[in-house]
Design a protein around this ligand. Structure first.
Ligand code: ATP
Ligand code: MG
Length: 433
């Protein structure tokens, strides 16, 4: 019987993996421009970490976590909690008052798999810990927007403020009064939420709940003076940096730890999976997890969704393999000769392949073509005796006879001879050889 991967768990195979690399390379480049350092955490953490940070009554903790119940450990459903745990554990605040950290890796949530929604998915997560200034909020959102723009992905940025422990309870009460009158029209989830986490009713995806909350009070109008000032400077900062955004009073986010700024990068091209990235400020969380009293803000981008968007892009480049040189040895003697030659060329930095199956010239040329080889070195037995070989430029089909040695002692001469006509790579080659 064939064994297949679990539902919601996906292999990323060659041909697709190149897009993942593209996304990751672009992200690493931009994160370093903004002065972020990488951090890597384990995938398993104590369950309590997520219960205490994400919140006991959130969807993630209530029903989406992969937990080994007997061991009280959980496969991380998101990165922020683990990252903060590491920050606290290693006293990173002592090294630098403001830490700018990013991490890239898999997360696990037991959700219903669909396009852009998996059970193992990948996030690129960035966090700034120790910065209170609202300009940092704007800077972070601008960084996300810059990355998405460089990847050629079109999204809109939606912004809200969730206030702070000083003003949110007041709003919660106002909202509860509003919800009370509409309670019977809400879905079962929202009926339950209105007791535990009434703000979540605002971002329920159920159309009838949505209709009920259209007229709901806006938290933006119930912020305390400090939160309101903060929110104003965030928006001013976005304007200064030329980042367009819209305000969304319904955006609550599914994690309890957010305070003040929350935001999402939204696409219209992935059906229900509209959020490409999301994040916000979590000023009380580090202290709540036993760390120093420092503020923090961060966001995570979903890599599956980014890759889907890149795949959907009109005229998306088909990813094709490439290699510098394919060495076609014809017959056992020639293969025996080219075997160390290929190794030496690789040591020089060239990307080289050869055939080990004794295939015909025709079949090896096909192989070279498929691999995207720029050059093919053809070494036949008769030519080899004369110290000769043919180098074929696969881009213009021109062939050149070249001198190669007749033994391993001539290897370096052969290398130079082989490399000389590869003028396309002359710059690299002079450096490498
Ligand atoms: P959604 O509303 O789509 O469920 P979320 O609010 O649960 O998203 P976050 O916890 O904020 O998502 O995670 C940040 C990003 O990670 C999301 O914007 C999304 O791109 C991605 N993401 C979250 N859950 C999944 C999943 N199950 N599969 C693929 N990507 C996901
Ligand atoms: Mg979710």
């Amino acid at each position: 019987m064939k064994i297949t991967a679990l539902n919601g768990f996906k292999d990323i195979v060659p041909g697709e993996v190149e897009l993942w690399q593209k996304v990751e390379t672009a992200a690493r480049d931009i994160f370093s421009r903004f002065n972020f350092s990488e951090i890597r955490m384990p995938i398993l953490e104590k369950t309590e970490l997520f219960a205490r940070s994400i919140g006991e009554t959130t969807d993630i903790v209530e029903k989406e976590m992969y937990t080994f119940i007997d061991k009280q450990i959980t496969m991380r459903p998101e990165a922020t909690a683990s990252l903060l745990r590491a920050y606290i554990q290693h006293g990173l605040h002592v090294q630098k008052p403001v830490q700018r950290l990013f991490t890239i890796g898999p997360m696990f949530r037991h959700e219903r798999p669909q396009m852009g929604r998996l059970r193992q998915f990948h996030q690129m997560d960035v966090e700034v810990i120790g910065a209170q200034n609202p300009r940092v909020d704007a800077e972070l959102m601008a960084m996300g927007a810059m990355l998405l723009e460089e990847l050629g992905v079109t999204v809109s940025l939606e912004l809200n403020s969730l206030g702070c422990p000083a003003c949110r309870p007041g709003f919660r009460k106002t909202l509860l009064d509003f919800i009370e009158d509409r309670y019977e029209a809400l879905c079962d989830d929202c009926k339950r939420r209105s007791n535990t986490n009434p703000l979540r009713v605002l971002d329920c995806k159920n159309p009838s709940c949505r209709a009920q909350v259209v007229e709901a009070p806006s938290i933006q109008e119930h912020l305390c003076q400090e939160c309101s000032d903060h929110f104003a400077v965030v928006q001013k900062g976005l304007q200064q940096l030329g980042v367009s955004y819209s305000l969304n009073k319904f955006m609550v986010r599914g994690l309890d730890y957010y305070t003040r700024t929350t935001f999402e990068f939204i696409t219209g091209d992935l059906g229900a999976q509209a959020a490409v990235g999301a994040g916000g400020r979590y000023d009380g969380l580090i202290e709540q997890l036993g760390g120093p009293k420092v503020p923090g803000i961060g966001f995570a981008l979903g890599m599956e969704r980014l890759v889907l968007l890149l795949q959907q892009k009109k005229g998306a480049e088909t990813v094709q393999g490439e290699m510098d040189l394919f060495v076609a040895g014809l017959g056992e003697t020639a293969s025996h000769f080219v075997f160390p030659l290929v190794h030496a060329l690789r040591r020089k930095g060239l990307q080289v392949a050869m055939d080990h199956e004794g295939r015909s010239l025709k079949s090896q040329m096909k192989q070279a073509n498929k691999a995207g080889a720029h050059y093919v070195l053809i070494v036949g037995e008769a030519e080899l005796e004369q110290g000769q070989a043919v180098l074929r430029n696969m881009d213009d089909q021109k062939q050149t006879d070249i001198e190669i040695g007749t033994g391993i002692d001539k290897l370096s001469q052969s290398l130079l001879e082989i490399c000389k006509p590869l003028d396309k790579f002359s710059d690299i080659l002079t450096k490498r050889i």
